[in-house]
Structure formats: structure tokens, C-alpha cells
Design a protein around this ligand. Structure first.
Ligand code: URA
Length: 243
């Protein structure tokens, strides 16, 4: 709980210490920001300020070398990725899911990847540290997929998926998965790693084949049911704070 409130505070803008404001606005380290302030290069509302702890309020105008600074906040979105879109930049004539977000201010990238034919929850952000935490296996957050299979799946195959499976060309089995059968050829699977084509390869390892794959959840963030394929919305502060 403490960590939640701390993160909520950390993404709030104001009041903000001058050195933090400068380091965010110019993407420089906090110590470089401090030196810049001490060197009398910063003005707040036309007055020179040399205190690194000076509290900036939302109405204040901050200048570096007489140039007004613009503090870009990071952007965080959830997108219902349609099939046929890459989660990376556009390539070989395939459109990028990034092109679906009509927000040209921050440069966005996806937090984790989905195959071109996989649909569902894709998180997009301009915040590299946040996306790193989302994709890090150390975060130990489960990603949930709904999987349609070519063949009916039996209990012994479900047990193998739950225990962990040695994938072709790898030397360590997958971490235990949470698996629930929805019907004979439909399962929900939750995995905490993000190996290359992991779900498809896990099902191939038990002699089955994935017909369609749809991501429903990443950690505590669930794909909003009201979002149609191609639609998106900003994440709430609470959702951002989960990572
Ligand atoms: N596993 C896969 O095989 N593909 C995806 O897109 C995501 C997980």
C-alpha cells in the first residue's frame, strides 16, 4: 500500500523541486540539473533561482538560458491490438500498432511484444523505465491469454503446461503456468515470463497448435471490455502505479 501511494505521488507533477523539474524537462541527470542551477542559468518567473530545492508550482514559468522549458509528462495507454499489426515499428509493409494512437507529443513504444496475429492488451508508453519494469521477468507479473486450439486438450497436457515445459532449443523449462480449460479447444493460460512465441511453443510442445491468441491481462491491468479492436485509452494513475 505504501508503495502504491509513493508511486502515485511520484507521477504527480506539482509542487516539484526545481532540480527534479529541470532533469525531467531536459532529460538530464539530477546532479547535472543541480550544477546548472548553481551556475545561475535558471530563472523562475523572470527571477534567477539558485536553490535546487525551490518548489515549482503549476503556474510557474521556468527558463533555462532564457528559454522557456516545457515539461512533458509521460503518456501511458492500453490498446486493443487488432490482428495484422506489429507491436514494434512498421516493417516490411506491415503497419505498426503505434500508428493507431493519435497522440503525436511523446514518442511511444510498446511495453512488451505481441506477435502480428495476436490480439488484445498492448501497453504503450513514452516512459522507458516503466516499460522496462512491465517486461522484466523479475516483476513476476502474470500475463493472461485466451487460447483457441486446433485440437481438444486433455488433462495430462494441462498438467504439463502447469508444471513447466522444456521448449525446443532451450535448456530450462518454462516457469509454472496457471491454466484453466474453458471448453475442449479453448483455454486461459497465465505465464510470468515472456519468451519468444512462448504460448505457441508451449502448446506445440504438447502436440497441439494455437489457432488464435488474445491477451486479456498484464499483472493487475485488464483489457477494458468496452475497447473494440484498434481502440485505446489512457491508463489511470492507479494502473500506471502497478509497475
Ligand atoms: N506468446 C506467443 O506465442 N505469442 C504472443 O504474441 C504472446 C505470447
Amino acid at each position: 500500500m505504501i508503495s502504491f501511494y509513493f508511486k502515485l505521488w511520484a507521477i504527480m507533477k506539482y509542487p516539484c523541486r526545481l532540480d527534479k523539474y529541470l532533469s525531467k524537462a531536459k532529460l538530464i541527470s539530477r546532479s547535472d540539473a543541480k550544477k546548472t542551477i548553481k551556475n545561475k542559468r535558471v530563472m523562475v518567473n523572470q527571477k534567477s533561482v539558485t536553490s535546487t530545492q525551490f518548489a515549482i508550482q503549476e503556474i510557474d514559468k521556468v527558463y533555462l538560458d532564457e528559454q522557456l522549458l516545457d515539461l512533458h509528462e509521460h503518456a501511458y495507454y492500453m490498446l486493443h491490438k487488432p490482428a495484422g499489426y506489429l507491436s514494434t515499428e512498421e516493417e516490411a509493409g506491415h503497419p505498426s500498432a503505434l500508428s493507431l494512437i493519435l497522440d503525436e507529443t511523446p514518442k511511444l513504444h510498446s511495453a512488451g511484444r505481441l506477435d502480428i496475429d495476436t490480439t488484445g492488451l498492448l501497453l504503450l508508453t513514452s516512459d522507458g523505465q516503466w516499460s522496462h519494469r512491465v517486461s522484466s521477468p523479475n516483476a513476476n507479473k502474470f500475463k493472461q491469454y485466451r487460447v483457441e486450439l486446433a485440437d481438444a486438450i486433455d488433462d495430462s497436457d494441462l498438467a504439463k503446461l502447469r508444471e513447466g515445459i522444456l521448449l525446443r532449443g532451450e535448456d530450462k523449462p518454462t516457469k509454472p503456468a496457471i491454466v484453466r480449460r474453458v471448453n475442449e479447444t479453448l483455454i486461459d493460460i497465465e505465464i510470468s515470463e515472456g519468451r519468444y512465441h512462448q504460448v505457441k511453443r508451449m502448446l506445440a510442445a504438447v502436440g497441439n497448435r494455437v489457432v488464435s491468441l488474445h491477451r486479456q491481462m498484464i499483472g493487475e491491468i485488464t483489457l477494458d471490455e468496452s475497447l473494440q479492436p484498434g481502440e485505446y485509452r489512457r491508463l489511470s494513475a492507479l494502473e500506471v502505479s502497478y509497475f
